[in-house]
Every structure is written in structure tokens, then in C-alpha cells.
Write a protein that binds this ligand. Structure first.
Ligand code: ADP
Ligand code: MG
Length: 557
């Protein structure tokens, strides 16, 4: 329980410094938890109001609240905003003159600053004030940057674990808009705050209509789309700097007021583009993902993805920039297989390549889905939507469903009976009653459910399992070799008679010979193994699926 004196100050402080009469959703509980000196992890959508969660406690703590934030540009905006509200805040970075830095230290020591923003790279310069004499709280904004499972990993964030060691009694509040389950766990572990109280807000942004279209003639489609909304501001995300410029030019040639925005432009150009957009002097920004972090424009009416995003976190964060005022907004994604190939190439050789590929795969499945898209988005973040949303293209134009409960039960019960979590391919092998090396080695042929799904082809199983993942009944464990595992919702199917709706698998144009996993049980290993890996790559590419869905390394052996 929070001390009554502090409790009494919450609302007056909110009003006095921020001008608000009430807290949003979880803000009050979070503020109270911080003031009670708990460690906290806050997952709240962009625009949800994360800043208050540490800025308000900062005003009530005696000492300094240190705010770790990734971008210097963002820090300056926040500090200016706070100063304008009469709050004593500063930022600290290595480019400041040493005189200025000394002044900041003096102010900290005299307890004249409430909030100090700093990038993780500059933390080492703060050594002389990093003691509990001066510091009352640590806020880590954009905390997903710490995790290589996250979508925006920054190595400099990885050193932040030392904070809890140096300041063991100082509460830490880590905040982010986008973190799937694996990322959340990783954030807690790395910051050494595994007992943190977690606040998970709903990720549902009901007012945003979701739509995916094939990318043919996308420029033409975009021009038509914008012409129907002549006064509505929007953002078009592109993969490359060059395409932002080309697209902006094409739009201008068609009488649409558009500019390009990317990190290659100089500071003035970027600031000008931002301001013109914020003050409604231009309608459209064609941007790389560099655009949007920290942009506070509540009436962005639509977001278009000219190219496919790398993963669902990025997509969700970017579409979250429209409709912040709660009024109807549109998110339109163009889906092209060429983009997927391009993105896979970018990921080639990355230290967490497997994770990145698996996340891209989920993004691709989202684009191709026949289930309510909002269900997929929310289940990705661990939420189950019980009804279809009726505000996405799939809901508005639904495919034919059939009762797939038995299929779902078979798949989930097989997963639940395996002695450890296995790749999708192995699960299908068990379902289909295969007798390959892995199955025999692990004794899966002894399971009662071995072969319960032999009436369904290998390929159809793949598609059904993707649908089950999309609906949140099972999931890919990105941090465990992309194996397939149950979720909290699986038991609804296994034990609570949940009815599962599936759609008939799509016919794939070129039917390649992957009906069953190749039988390589007794073959000579090495060279054959390599040949099979190559074959797997080829199948994966030609079938437009990731390698781990074809068959696993274990199966090969
Ligand atoms: P986030 O960091 O979660 O993206 P911000 O903290 O920047 O979100 O807040 C987004 C917007 O919501 C800001 O314009 C902020 O002033 C506004 N806001 C935050 N809390 C409240 C509140 N309790 N009442 C009204 N507006 C709020
Ligand atoms: Mg923020």
C-alpha cells in the first residue's frame, strides 16, 4: 500500500503538471507501484501514455529519476515538453560541453533536477552520480531494445543489467509498446528484475481497420486510395530510402502533396518534413521506419505498408501511428513475395538469423491468413480475442469455414504428448504416423496418437497448423529452435470443448513432391545430409515456406 500522504498527491500533481483530470487505464496502478518502489514492466501500446508512468512518480520522489532512452532526438522533445510544463528536466549526452555537464552534476547533487534523460552509451559518464544518495528511480524507455528477440535490438542496451547491481534498492520501470512473450521474459532477465510487477495493456486498437492486398500495381492502388481521402493525413512505409523518394515523386506528379522521409536526409530536411506533416501542410509522408518514433500527431488517418514489414511487432507499432484519437483509421498492407525474399536476404548472416526468419514467417502468415487478422495480431502478443473483429478484410469478406475442432484436438494432443517440444515437421510426422529415425529414436511411434492424422496430407497439416498458430492455439517458440508449443489457450480446445473453425487449405499452384517427409532413416549420413539440407532450402524457396516447416534437421538425421 502506498503511503496515504503520497496517495493524496497523485491527482493534484497530475492536474498541476500535466493538466489531466484523470488517469488512463492502468496509469494509476503503475504510478502507485513505482512509488511503492517495486520493479515494473509496462507493456502499453504507442500513444497509450507510458511517459506519465515515470514522469509523475519522478515529481514525488525526493531524488532524481534517470530515464534511459535510445534516441537523442526523442529526448530533446521530451525534455522541452517537461520544461514547458514547469518540470525541471535535462538530458545528458557526450556531445555536451564539459561545463554544461558539470552544471548538470551540480544540479543533481543539489536535488534540483527531477528527470535526467540519457542514452545508454553515455551512462558511463554518469558514474559519480550513480548512487542511491541521488537517484530515486530508473526508467528504461523502449525497453524492447535490450532483447535480441525483440525487433529493434540495440547492443548498448545490453549493459543495463548492471544498474540493478549498482543500485539494488532503486525501483526500475521498464516500458515498451511491443514485446512478445519471449521478449518480455528476456527483458526481465537481462535487467535482473525477474520479480517485477507486469502491467500488460490490451493491444487491441479496434478503430484501425486492417486490410491486406496483393502488391500488383501498388502505386496505382495507393493513388486511388488517397484520392478517396483527399483531406486525410497518412504515412506510407517503404523498405528503402530510394523507394520513399520515388514514391513521393510519383504521388506529387499525381497532384498529391507528399514528401519523402528517411535517415539519409539532413537534420533540417527531416525537421521540416515532420513539422509540415504535423501542422497539416502536407498530406502524405513516404518514409522508412526511421519516421514516427515520438511523433505525436493524433489525427493520422491511415498507414500504408508499401513493403512488407520484417515482423509483426514492427507492423503493429507502425500501424499504431494512425487513429491515436480513437476515430476510425485504416491500415493497408501490400503483400508481395518478392519483399519476403528481399527481407530474407537482409537477414542472411545476422547473429539471430533464425529468430528473424521465424518472425518474418509469422508476418507472412499474417498477410496470407484466412482468419480474423486482429485475432492473429493479438494472439501474437498473448491476447485471445473471443469474437471476430468485424473490422478487417477477412471478417468483412470471410472465407468458408468448417468445424475443425477434431483436427485441432488431434494436433494439440500430439503436441502435448511429446516428451519435448518439437519442430512442426516432427509434429506432423507423428500425426501422420511416420516411422523415420527421429520418431523411432524418441519412441514417438509408441504414442497412442501416433498416426491419428494419417488421413490428412503432409501439406494440409502444415496449413492447418499455421491456422492454429494464427488463432493462438499453439505457437512457435522463437527462443527454442522455433519448435511448436502449446499456449494457455490450447486447453480450451483440449479440455473445454472450444469449437475451432478452420478453412480448407489453399491449393498450391506448383505441387512439388513434399507430400511426406523424405525417408532417410538408414541412409549414409554426411554427404546425403548436406544434399538434403540443400533440397530443403530449394523446397522451402519454391514452396514459399521457411525451411523449418519443410522438415527439421533432426528429421534429416
Ligand atoms: P507512449 O509513450 O505510450 O507512446 P505518451 O506518454 O507519449 O505515450 O502519451 C501519448 C499521448 O497521450 C500524449 O499526448 C499524452 O499527453 C496523452 N496522455 C497521457 N496520459 C494521459 C491522461 N491521463 N489523460 C489524457 N491524456 C493523456
Ligand atoms: Mg513513449
Amino acid at each position: 500500500m502506498l503511503h496515504i500522504e503520497l496517495q493524496d498527491k497523485l491527482f493534484p500533481t497530475l492536474k498541476k503538471y500535466f493538466g489531466y483530470d484523470s488517469f488512463r487505464d492502468q496509469q494509476q496502478s503503475i504510478v502507485e507501484s513505482v512509488l511503492s518502489k517495486n520493479d515494473n514492466l509496462v507493456i502499453m501500446p504507442t500513444g497509450g501514455g507510458k511517459s506519465i508512468c515515470f514522469q509523475l512518480p519522478a515529481l514525488l520522489f525526493e531524488g532524481l529519476t534517470l530515464v534511459i532512452s535510445p534516441l537523442i532526438a526523442l529526448m530533446k522533445d521530451q525534455v522541452d515538453g517537461l520544461n514547458a510544463n514547469g518540470i525541471s528536466a535535462n538530458f545528458f549526452n557526450s556531445s555536451q560541453e564539459s561545463l554544461e555537464q558539470t552544471k548538470i552534476f551540480e544540479k543533481v547533487i543539489n536535488k534540483q533536477i527531477k528527470l535526467l534523460y540519457v542514452a545508454p552509451e553515455s551512462l558511463s559518464l554518469l558514474q559519480n552520480i550513480l548512487t542511491e544518495n541521488y537517484i530515486s528511480c530508473i526508467a528504461i524507455d523502449e525497453a524492447h531494445c535490450i532483447s535480441s528477440w525483440g525487433h529493434d535490438f540495440r547492443p548498448s542496451y545490453q549493459q543495463l543489467g548492471f544498474l540493478k547491481k549498482v543500485l539494488p534498492n532503486t525501483p526500475i520501470i521498464a516500458l515498451t509498446a511491443t514485446a512478445d512473450k519471449a521478449t518480455r521474459t528476456d527483458i526481465l532477465e537481462q535487467l535482473n528484475i525477474s520479480n517485477a510487477t507486469q502491467f500488460l495493456s490490451s493491444f487491441d486498437r479496434k478503430n484501425i481497420e486492417l486490410e491486406v492486398r496483393p502488391a500488383n500495381d501498388r502505386v496505382l492502388q495507393i493513388i486511388k486510395f488517397i484520392r478517396k481521402k483527399p483531406h486525410e493525413a497518412g504515412i506510407i512505409y517503404c523498405l528503402s530510402r530510394k523507394s520513399t523518394e520515388q514514391l513521393a515523386t510519383k504521388l506529387q506528379q499525381n497532384g498529391i502533396s507528399a514528401v519523402a522521409y528517411h535517415a539519409g536526409l539532413n537534420f533540417e530536411e527531416r525537421t521540416k518534413a515532420q513539422e509540415n506533416f504535423i501542422y497539416d501542410k502536407i498530406q502524405v509522408v513516404c518514409a522508412t521506419i526511421a519516421f514516427g518514433m515520438g511523433i505525436d500527431k493524433s489525427n493520422v488517418r491511415w498507414v500504408i505498408h508499401y513493403n512488407m514489414p520484417k515482423n509483426i511487432e514492427g507492423y503493429y507499432q507502425e500501424i499504431g501511428r494512425c487513429g491515436r484519437d480513437g476515430l476510425p483509421a485504416n491500415a493497408l498492407l501490400f503483400h508481395s513475395y518478392a519483399d519476403v525474399i528481399q527481407l530474407r536476404k537482409f537477414m542472411n548472416g545476422a547473429s539471430n538469423e533464425e529468430v528473424q526468419l521465424a518472425k518474418l514467417e509469422r508476418m507472412k502468415q499474417f498477410s496470407e491468413a484466412t482468419t480474423c487478422r486482429r485475432k492473429i495480431l493479438l494472439s501474437y502478443f498473448g491476447e485471445l480475442l473471443s469474437e471476430n473483429c468485424e473490422n478487417c478484410d477477412v471478417c468483412k469478406n470471410p472465407p468458408q469455414f468448417f468445424n475443425g475442432t477434431i483436427i485441432a484436438q488431434k494436433a494439440l494432443s500430439v503436441i502435448s504428448r511429446l516428451k519435448e517440444i518439437e519442430a512442426v515437421g516432427t509434429v506432423i510426422d507423428v500425426l501422420r504416423g511416420a516411422h523415420n529415425a527421429t520418431i523411432l529414436e524418441k519412441g514417438y511411434n509408441q504414442l497412442k496418437s501416433h498416426g491419428v492424422g494419417s488421413d490428412i496430407s503432409w501439406r494440409d497439416w502444415q496449413q492447418y497448423i499455421i491456422q492454429l498458430i494464427n488463432q493462438g492455439y499453439c505457437e512457435i517458440a522463437f527462443h527454442k529452435n522455433n519448435a511448436l508449443q502449446l499456449t494457455d489457450f490450447s486447453k480450451k480446445v483440449l479440455f473445454e470443448k472450444e469449437v475451432v473453425e478452420l478453412t480448407k487449405p489453399i491449393e498450391v499452384q506448383e505441387q512439388k513432391n513434399v507430400q511426406t517427409a523424405p525417408k532417410v532413416a538408414k541412409a549414409k549420413k554426411d554427404s546425403l545430409f548436406e544434399r538434403l539440407r540443400k533440397l530443403r532450402q530449394e523446397i522451402a524457396l519454391s514452396e514459399n515456406i521457411p525451411a523449418y516447416l519443410v522438415f527439421s534437421d533432426a528429421t534429416l538425421k
